[in-house]
Write a protein that binds this ligand. Structure first.
Ligand code: NAD
Length: 358
């Protein structure tokens, strides 16, 4: 059996508390499914700055490069808000993304039927929602050159950015989306603005080319304005949505909010070699850090994504997701997803319940 190395980065705030529960779950499935996973921990974010003077110590980066997958809690907090930008905790996260070339951001928006009341939309529209948004993370208008604010001859200022994607960038995110779709409902909807923007005309063409390599996956296209509308009108029509950096930024937040419960949402950022960094969508929640009340489920579900997308252990991933559904069926809720009459538990009790369900 090949061994797989996972780097654990607890980070700041509630990070260490939620990651502790996620690691217990990882250890359990590791034994149950004989996965051969080994893990070690390292510092990142504010806690790394406190110990070493850097939010991304050299040792952490080299361990990250050598790992098969990374599990991260969250970084940041008011303690470090006054620091210079170059050493802020968030720099640790961005440094990992850029150094490891994590261009493919996978953000599921899953609404467990048991939590349908948490959404701002009607339960029948969102119950059972299970969308995966695949967002290009290292290119597009957020990085395109030239960019800036210039003063014209008439003295008026003008802001400008460049929306650019080359074929290689589009092709690799397309492969990411098709491969992910193969693990799910086998449908990809590519989101563009090809009625106005040439860059997305090319995007659409390359998507069509790559689709030929995945005859088992169905490809469709949708304009981004319509996609925004469809997400709030009938979100369950989507399986995998793939799009560029800016459209993905906006649509993935909208999709996340359909579920109404940020404490439940995992995410993955992958590079071309399959190395992935897995983390909850939420932040370090300084307002509840150290109280033992944070919801560990987004981090536990991030472990499931890690098993599915980086460690080729779909059965173990399925088992974790089923266990999470099972504890929700039992009525167990942390404060953030509680409603009237639910049985409110803390971080560790929620971890215990998932372990028991496994
Ligand atoms: P946040 O996601 O940390 O918190 C928003 C709200 O949601 C808070 O009320 C918090 O208590 C609650 N919440 C979040 N996760 C929860 C969980 N697992 N269980 C229960 N409740 C939960 O966002 P914020 O308050 O805007 O940011 C706090 C800090 O986190 C900032 O320093 C920010 O920079 C950082 N941040 C980090 C990441 C990351 O590490 N990927 C992402 C976003 C924000």
């Amino acid at each position: 059996m090949t061994s797989r190395n996972v780097l654990i980065l607890p980070g700041d705030g509630i990070g260490p508390e939620i990651v502790e529960q996620a690691v217990r779950v990882l250890d359990k499935v590791n034994t149950q499914f004989d996965l051969g996973v080994q893990h070690e921990s390292a510092l990142v974010g504010g806690s790394a700055y406190d110990e070493t003077g850097s939010p991304l110590p050299e040792e952490t980066l080299s361990k990250a490069k050598a790992a098969d997958a990374i599990l991260l809690g969250a970084v940041g907090g008011p303690k470090w808000d006054g620091l210079d930008m170059s050493v802020r905790p968030e720099k640790g996260l961005l440094g990992l993304r850029s150094n490891l070339d994590l261009f493919s951001n996978l953000r599921p928006a899953i609404l467990y039927p048991q939590l349908a009341d948490a959404s701002s939309l009607k339960p029948e529209i969102v119950a059972g929602l299970d969308i995966l948004i695949v967002r290009e993370l290292t290119g597009g208008i957020y990085f395109g050159q030239p960019r800036g604010i210039r003063t014209l001859d008439n003295g008026e200022r003008e802001g400008f950015n460049t929306y650019v994607y080359n074929e290689t960038e589009i092709r690799r995110i397309a492969h990411s989306a098709f491969l992910a779709a193969r693990q799910r409902g086998k449908r990809v909807c590519s989101i563009d603005k090809s009625n106005v923007l040439e860059v997305t005309v090319l995007w659409k063409e390359v998507m069509e080319e790559v689709a030929k390599e995945y005859p088992d996956v169905e490809l469709s296209h949708m304009l981004v304005d319509n996609a925004a509308m469809q997400l709030v009108r009938a979100p369950k029509q989507f399986d995998v949505m793939v799009t560029g950096n800016m459209f993905g930024d906006i649509l993935s937040d909208a999709a996340a909010m359909l579920t109404g419960s940020i404490g439940m949402l995992p995410s993955a950022s992958l590079n071309a070699d399959g190395l992935g960094m897995y983390e909850p969508c939420h932040g370090s929640a300084p307002d509840i850090a150290g109280q033992g009340v944070a919801n560990p489920l987004a981090t536990i579900l991030s472990v499931a994504m890690m098993l599915r997308y980086s460690l080729d252990a779909k059965d173990a991933a399925d088992a974790i997701e089923a266990a999470v559904s099972n504890v929700l069926d039992q009525g167990l809720r942390t404060g953030d997803i509680a409603s009237e009459g639910s049985n409110i538990v803390g971080t560790k009790e929620m971890g215990d319940a998932v372990l028991a369900a496994l």
